[in-house]
Structure formats: C-alpha cells, structure tokens
Design a protein around this ligand. Sequence first.
Ligand code: 2HG
Ligand code: ZN
Length: 474
Amino acid sequence: MPRAPDRGTLDELKAAVGDGSWLDSPGDVAPYVVDFRRLYRGATPLVLEPREVAQVSAILKVCHRDEVAVVPVGGNTGYCGGATPDDSNSQIVLSLRRLRQVRHLDAANYSMIVEAGCTLAEAQRAADAADRLFPLSLGSEGTAQIGGNLSTNAGGTAVLRYGMMRDLVFGLEVVLADGRVMSGLKSLRKDNTGYDVKSLFIGAEGTLGIITAASLKLFPRPADTATALVGIDSPQHALDLLARMRTAAGDQITTFELLPRRAVELTVKHIAGVANPLDQGADWYLLIEFTSPNSQQDLATLMLDQLQRAAADGAVKDAMIAASIAQSQAMWKLRESVPEAQRHHGASLKHDVSVPVSSIPRLITEGAALVARLAPEGDVFSYGHMGDGNLHFNVAQRPGTDTAAFLGRGKLLEHAMFDLVDGMGGSISAEHGIGRLKTKEFAERADPVELSLMRDLKRTLDPRGILNPGKVLA
Ligand code: 2HG
Ligand code: ZN
C-alpha cells in the first residue's frame, strides 16, 4: 500500500529532477489536481517535470523504495479522471510534458521515434515535414500528448482507416515501477520474438509503467482528399451508405462520422463561425472523408458518383462535397466543435460506448428509449465514430429542467446503458478509457478470468501498487 511521502523523500525527488523542474506551491500545482471535465479535484504535495528518461527512472526508484504513489499526466485532456491524483495529498504527479523530442524520423522506413510529452499535433507536424502522415487525429490534438494517447489507446476520427493508437506503434520505451527502463524502441514491421510486452502498456493508463517514448508508424501523406457533409433520414441509411462507400472506395474511406440534427443545430448556435451548409434539414448528418496519396485519384468524382447513386435509391437526402480547403475545414469544424457546443449548452451525461457497426441503429433506438424512461430531463446527443461502431451516447440537460435532478439520474442511466451495450456484445469504454470514472462498472462487467489476469499483471509489474492507484483496477 502506498503511503504519504515524508520530507526526506520529497527532497530526494526534487533533487532527482533539479531546480526548475518541480512545483509544490498550491497555485502552481492547481492545474494538475483537477481533470479536464472537472469531475475530480485532488491534491498533491509535488509535481515533477523531468527532462530526461534517466530522471524518470530516478523518480520511480525513490517512489518504489519509499512506496509513494505516482500519477502520470500528459495534456490532461482525458475524460475519465485517469491523470488526476486523489484527495489524500500523498500522490506525486509526474508530468511528461518536458520529454518532447522527436528523437528520430526514418522516412524510408515510415517510422518515427517521439517522446511522450510531444503533443499529438507536434508529432503530426514532424511527420508532415518529412512528407509523411501520422494519422491519429482528435479534437484535442493541440494539447493531448503522445504518452497520454498511448496510455489511453486514443481513437479519434481516422480509426476506420488507420486503427487506434495501439495499431500505430512499433515499439515503446517504458520506465517500470522499480525504475528499470525497458528499451523497446525497435521500428520493425516484423518481430516475432516472444510475448508482445509493449502492448500491455498501451491503454493501461499509467498503471503498469510510465511510457517515455514510442516508435510510431507513418504513412504516405494524402495528396487527394474529398470531404462531404451528407444529410440522411436515419442511422440505418448511414449503415447502408457505409457499406456502399466501402465497396466503392476501399480503405480510401478514412472518416465516417454521424451527427444527429440536434448536435448540428446546437453547434451552429453556440460556436462562432460554424454553419450548416446543407439546404434541406435532415434528421441525421454524416461527415465522410476519402483520402489517397495518389493525386490522380479524383476522389471528389468517386464521392459524387456514390452520393448520387445513394440519393437515387433514397439513402441520401442532401449532400455537399467541399469544393475548397476552407469548405472542408468548415465541415470539420462543425464536427469537432460538438463537444464544446455541448459544454456551452449545459450539463451532460456521457457514455462512450461501442457495438458492432451493424448494431448502431439498434443502439440508437434502444438507448433513446432508456433515456426517455430514466432521464426524462435529458435530450439524446448520440454522435461520433459511426464507422468504428463507437458513439458518444451523450445526454444533455434540457434547458429549464432541474440540474440536480438531471445529474441524479446519471448512475442509473449509465448502468442501464451499459447493460444494453453489454447485451449487444459492445464495450462500456470505446476510446476514452476507464480512469477513475468507470472502475466499478468495469470490474463488475469484465470477464472474470480476464480481470484476474489483469490483476496478476498489475501485481507482477507494480508489486507495491505505486503506479496510478485507483485507476483502471480499483
Ligand atoms: C469526440 O469524438 C470526442 O468528439 C469527445 O471523443 C466526445 O465529448 C464527447 O463526448
Ligand atoms: Zn470521440
């Protein structure tokens, strides 16, 4: 069991990073003790900001010896409180933000080695400068860091084509709980030497080791892009269109995002500069993007042809293909601003869930029925990554209703929503992780054998329980 660090331990930790690389005044540590959604407020006696892997190793050695808990943090954009210390004021916060070098980029091998504290946008820019693409793409990419993306196995809006963060990794460098450094930064497409140890640390939310650097996969940079905003009548039409598009465009289809009318209207209302470019009101909208590294592909014609055929069959009501980069950016802004618009709108109960893509229409219908029954003060905002079977089945408080009554419905609704998703062979956390928020539901619902293997792994890799206690496995 971790315990509170004494003065001597704190001094030793400060010395491990040196002056200028630690914070301990209440004002300075304040941003590190609250999560992005302000669901949790904790306390910490010390925030460490090491600049080198050797310093991370030295920190962990001390914490392991003295049994002091360590909470790693990246850009602090997570939704589940995974990077926030508890309120005991005994957990050290370890920020990776100063480990931000791009150590190596091998364009011919389509790989790059970046440190954990690089923001996702910095990693994307490094790839771009070498005429390559690092394809992970999220609304928070300007702030979210690679270490956090790895630790939460982040998803985003290009998963349909490129997979989640786990799929984009060749190798990792990880500092273990006792301070040993696992140097696994090979950049190989083929390496069948024993167990896939690196994979354990991806999605582990800092509970098994501290990721300090990663070798990431790169791809050819798109030279042709077609982006469309499409109005449709129902999620079933979206499913039909997805199959049609996949047949026509193969894996050139990169993005297939679904938005309900309410999300579009609310985003237009709350976010400056966002407009709905379609003439006819539709109940549902899709943001679809095709990309190809081949500039001769003429993706816009392919997209137009498919949309016209779908319209002739009644599957598409209205559509617009972006005729300029500005139009495409405006469509993306409409999609990416939905979470912010929801924040302006008011309180929200969030459910980041996935089901087989084929079950999305059923999830939407049955989920809405649950909301009507269990949270009548709420309006459904089920939107997101339709192509991945991942919806953010969010419920927004209807204006004029009682906030406390609405939020009070949260637990019961969440439980029913997770029952629904479980019954459909889905997941209670598609892309935002478990953190502190979902530990209970996760423990109740996980396969018991798998869960006990996870606990065994945790004990093996972190026998003193110092790494991000209370997260994932509570
Ligand atoms: C997105 O897809 C993010 O926009 C945030 O994952 C989802 O705010 C949300 O619920
Ligand atoms: Zn999302």
